[in-house]
Design a protein around this ligand. Structure first.
Ligand SMILES: [Zn+2]
Length: 172
């Protein structure tokens, strides 16, 4: 990821969402069925600038065009939690947001903020993922180097991997 989640001025505006849809449509002509896979951290919903908040609305309005995955409620790194109950509670808050806003919750995919806990494995993360989100697939990048970010699937992935969340565009 490229910015701390509290930083404003890094998030999508309405025209960015339009560009995302246009890029997706272009890629779909090359790769039938291609969809961006958007991670969301719902705590930051409508916590940007006015233009960014409109971007949030535009993303939600177009939610059916994208795939979605839980990126933790508050973009916290899961390896900082030793308590699986706490992890589950935060994931459940994000899931509740998804349900309330009509975001599909059936992708069976997730990746954590900074790819924390994916590898080396933080067992409470996998336990909470399975329990709350039925996660079956994840990915990570070239450990132990977080930057520059280069996505490398850690396990077989049958859906395209990309970017985005309510708090920022990122490439982590
Ligand atoms: Zn992130």
């Amino acid at each position: 990821m490229v910015q701390a989640p509290t930083v404003v001025g890094t998030r999508l505006h309405e025209e960015d969402v339009s560009a995302l849809l246009a890029s997706q449509a272009a890629l779909q002509r090359l790769v039938p069925g291609f969809r961006f896979n958007l991670g969301f951290s719902a705590k930051y919903y409508h916590h940007g600038t006015v233009l960014e908040n409109r971007g949030d609305d535009a993303l939600l309005k177009n939610r059916e065009h994208f795939n979605w995955f839980c990126h933790m409620w508050n973009h916290q790194q899961p390896h900082l939690y030793n308590n699986v109950t706490h992890l589950e509670a935060e994931m459940t808050m994000n899931k509740q947001f998804a349900i309330e806003h009509g975001i599909p919750t059936n992708s069976c995919y997730s990746v954590s903020p900074h790819h924390s806990g994916v590898y080396p494995v933080h067992e409470p993360l996998y336990e909470a993922w399975r329990k709350v989100w039925d996660v079956k697939v994840t990915s990570t990048e070239e450990y132990p180097h977080l930057r520059p970010a280069r996505i490398i699937p850690q396990q077989p992935v049958d859906i395209p991997l990309a970017i985005v969340s309510f708090q920022m565009i990122e490439m982590d």
